[in-house]
Design a protein around this ligand. Sequence first.
Ligand code: MN3
Length: 199
Amino acid sequence: MAFEFKPLPYAYDALEPTIDAKTMETHHDKHYNGYVNNFNAAVEGTKFDDMCVSDVLADLDALPEDKKQTIINNGGGTLNHKLFWEVMTPGGSKEPVGNLKKAIDETFGSFDKMKEEFNSKGAGQFGSGWAWLVKKDGKLSIMSTPNQNSPVSEGYEIILGNDVWEHAYYLKYQNRRADYLKEWWNVVNWDVAEERFNK
Ligand code: MN3
């Protein structure tokens, strides 16, 4: 039961001008595809083959030592990107909605304050990694992870995440990661984020 590599749910150019078509195509069809293939190869023939990738990553101690880092890297690359494509949408929906909006206001003071903290974590992540809005025990927080490490391995549920690897933004933004982080909010799918929060 290999993880299925699916096409991007919108056109490569659908997120322009925030994210350019060439970046989306390379990111999805080359980088993401690579993680999925490597993850599937690593779990093939093991008991982890039948598990969903977030369950595999939720218990790193259960992984065999010789495959552990490969699964952290490529299982993380698989799960993190799957969520990344889902949590973006052409045009974006501009602002949090429903219960998530309420929780953001209660936790951070306002949507703007939440964005500020998120952008700062993303900009401050040295080298490659991710910035995340996560939930644990019903409580929201913001974190970053290096490489393809996934918050699910630390017991968090992911509400949304932004990829701050250079492959996610370099063609359009070059060294200006902070600008990419700021612009990215234009394409966030808050309906999906709200669904994930309510799960
Ligand atoms: Mn990426």
